[in-house]
Design a binder for this molecule. Structure first.
Ligand SMILES: NC(=O)C1=CN([C@@H]2O[C@H](COP(=O)(O)OP(=O)(O)OC[C@H]3O[C@@H](n4cnc5c(N)ncnc54)[C@H](O)[C@@H]3O)[C@@H](O)[C@H]2O)[C@@H](O)CC1
Ligand SMILES: [K+]
Length: 496
């Protein structure tokens, strides 16, 4: 399933126009999609001035041609309409379909008209709405929301719901169901949006597939992710599964280093070596005896890293002057695939130029706050686009942590369907960084390692959250091998 935000959906339409479709054709195909899910005999189709309204008008014509009882309501003078809207409105007039033009002074009659029908179609605004509906539209929305006996079907998005966040503007339609076109809207991933959307049906237009060209995201679910995890091989040994180096921890933040090391070991790394301070190393022997350790030298040299397949820097590294130097040394002197997390990301924010000319896989795993430092953005920005552009510009795989974590390399972009609110505890990100590094060390390509790491982490948390109110990192780690085994066993390609 594809997912779009308002900018990505606009881009999707532009790609289709570039492929030679006219906007009138696209609207016609959109109304075909709607028609499949519309039942009943009498309809009030409430239309706005843009292409969402055009979808409604084209649908009205098709229902009318099926001899249904159809009334169309509009609120704008014809000089404010989009091209497709004006085209289909003229067609309605040509067919003598009942079209009512309402203005503020006769608006109270609208409810009377709508009460007489079975189904109201909300084709007022879709992804083109850029703020709370202005002017007469607020009252129109309130009028529709007064009616309780009618089914309300929203075209693409309930009018007044924000496409990207799923939060309502001041006035919003409460729909019974929403038929959304071409892709799931990002805002619908917010569970609170269900109050407004009702049941969501995603309908693809019968057109060339331009989803990837437009940069739409894909939902990475069990079906996509289970087969990515490889079975362990019959004659594998520790050398088969990679040697990882974790430059993590300091006296103040030992826990993060311990959790990332254990996450790395438990998700299958052949050998995990923690490069840290003496105090961290001492604690590590108690917490995770399987990991090996080396004392972190004051200055890191290329030779210190020759035997490793993947490097992680961050996870409790702190932000001391030494930490700054470690981050710069690692970026300048090593060549292995690299995972950058936590404090190392904050340090990197002041030196993003170091990401230039890095001829290797780099995975960054910020949460939203760390990402804000790396790439200052505005709260109104379209994060799907911002994340994608950042990854493309800096040639990295970006893991932007949050609900349905974003993973993108700028060309391919995913939301990962795994993880839950019980996992919102300190140390969870350190475990994730450890898992991802482990997978990189085991030879997974960077994008796959990032996706799979986020999925394993979230899937393990989901299994635990079935019984537990909170999911604690150290408990999650213990459960990783079982969860990975579950994934392998549930994968039909392995079991058959
Ligand atoms: N690929 C697809 O998914 C397709 C989508 N189509 C439809 O096209 C819609 C998007 O069309 P548009 O880009 O024309 O956008 P909309 O129809 O959602 O809205 C645009 C109109 O709303 C006005 N407007 C914006 N904010 C407002 C506010 N706060 N108060 C009052 N008026 C406001 C604008 O001036 C413009 O007239 C989609 O939601 C979908 O229904 C189809 O028609 C074509 C194919
Ligand atoms: K709508």
């Amino acid at each position: 399933m594809y997912i779009g935000s308002h900018t990505l959906m606009k881009r999707y339409d532009e790609c289709l126009l570039k492929h030679g479709y006219t906007i009138e054709q696209l609207v016609d195909k959109a109304s075909d999609c709607l028609l499949k899910h519309i039942h009943g005999e009498s309809f009030s189709i409430v239309c706005g001035p843009g292409n969402n309204g055009a979808d409604g008008l084209s649908l009205a014509i098709k229902l009318y041609q099926q001899k249904k009882n159809v009334q169309v309501f509009i609120f704008e003078n014809t000089n404010h309409l989009s091209k497709a809207n004006a085209y289909y409105l003229q067609k309605c007039y040509d067919l003598s379909l009942s079209v009512y033009l309402f203005q503020q002074d006769n608006l109270e009659e609208l409810v009377g008209y709508m009460t007489a029908c079975d189904t109201i179609v909300d084709a007022i605004f879709g992804f083109g709405l850029n703020s709370s509906p202005r002017g007469i539209y607020q009252s129109v929305i309130e009028s529709i929301n007064q009616l309780y006996d009618q089914e309300v079907i929203a075209v693409d998005i309930p009018t007044g719901l924000q496409c990207d966040s799923g939060k309502p503007y001041q006035s919003v339609i409460y729909a019974t169901s929403t038929i959304t076109l071409s892709a799931m809207k990002n805002g619908f991933l917010n569970p609170d949006s269900y109050f407004f959307t009702g049941k969501v049906i995603v309908e693809k237009l019968d057109v060339d597939d331009v989803s990837e060209e437009a940069g739409l995201y894909q939902m990475a679910d069990d079906k996509m992710m289970f087969p990515l995890l490889k079975e362990r091989i019959f004659d594998g040994y520790k050398g088969t599964y990679g040697h990882t180096c974790l430059i993590t921890g300091c006296i103040e933040y030992k826990g993060a280093a311990l959790l990332s090391a254990k996450g790395c070991v438990y998700s299958g790394s052949g050998i995990t070596t923690v490069m840290s301070d003496q105090e961290v190393i001492h604690a590590l022997t108690q917490f995770c005896p399987e990991a090996t350790a080396v004392l972190r030298p004051p200055i890191l040299q290329k030779e210190d890293f020759l035997r490793y397949d993947a490097i992680l820097i961050g996870c409790g590294l702190g932000q001391s002057l030494d930490s700054y130097r470690y981050v710069i040394d690692v970026l300048e002197k090593t060549k292995q695939p690299l995972v950058i997390d936590g404090d190392a990301l904050t340090i990197l924010s002041a030196h993003t130029d170091l990401l230039k000319h890095q001829n290797r896989d780099i995975i960054l795993t910020p949460h939203l706050g760390e990402f804000q430092r790396l790439c200052p953005f505005d709260s109104q920005d379209d994060m799907l686009l911002v994340a994608q552009d950042f990854a493309k510009e800096h040639h990295v795989v970006l893991v932007l942590k949050g609900p349905y974590t974003i993973v993108t390399n700028g060309q391919e972009s995913y939301r990962i369907r795994a993880g839950n609110k019980a996992m919102a505890t300190g140390g969870m990100g350190d475990v994730l960084a450890g898992i991802i590094t482990s997978l990189v060390g085991q030879g997974y390509p960077a994008l796959q390692a990032a996706m799979l790491g986020v999925f394993i982490h979230g899937y393990t948390g989901d299994l635990l959250a079935k019984e537990d109110y909170t999911v604690i990192p150290s408990k999650l780690i213990e459960f990783i091998p079982k969860a990975m085994n579950n994934m392998i066993k549930s994968n039909p390609e392995v079991t058959s």
